[in-house]
Design a protein around this ligand. Structure first.
Ligand code: FES
Length: 161
């Protein structure tokens, strides 16, 4: 009879020991997995992927002579003036609001503080400190009008087709 009792106590002790070992291993596993996740996050590059600054504005014949075409999605104006094509940034040089073309006034106007610009981006009135930026334009191999929003060019640099 005493042999039977000691065997049962030994089994209980073994079971308890195994439970603690399993608990310890489980805790180490969770801690290791957490460290691996944070390590991966720490080592992976923190990069912000932005859309390309180059815009395909389509075929030049889409823009009739004398037209000012706004593209609010890309924040540019494509202008087909008497001397050729050019592109202006639609971002106001005061505090960065998006301007809009007012055809009845033949002006570009900023809704924020009232700056106004002519079709070549020259400031007419308002607090804007500089004219609207002229952007690089070119014709692609496929014959499309391309605009690079990240590259400014001197004013009155027309693209003649
Ligand atoms: S942001 Fe355009 S006038 Fe102030």
């Amino acid at each position: 009879m005493p042999d039977e009792k000691s065997t049962t106590e030994q089994e209980v002790r073994c079971t308890r020991r195994e439970t603690f070992v399993k608990l310890g291993l489980g805790t180490l596993g969770v801690a290791g997995a957490g460290a691996a996740v944070f390590g991966y996050e720490f080592l992976s590059p923190n990069v912000l992927y932005e859309p390309s600054p180059i815009t395909n504005a389509g075929k030049p014949d889409r823009y009739p002579q004398g037209s000012v075409t706004a593209d609010p999605k890309t924040g540019i104006y494509v202008v087909h003036g008497p001397e050729g094509f050019y592109a202006l940034s639609a971002v106001c040089t005061h505090l960065g609001c998006l301007t809009s073309w007012l055809p009845e006034q033949n002006q570009i106007a900023c809704p924020c503080h009232g700056s106004k610009f002519n079709a070549e981006g020259v400031k007419i009135e308002g607090p804007a400190p500089r004219p609207l930026a002229w952007l690089r334009v070119w014709i692609s191999d496929e014959g499309d009008l391309m605009v690079d929003r990240s590259t400014t060019v001197p004013a009155r640099q027309f693209l003649r087709t």
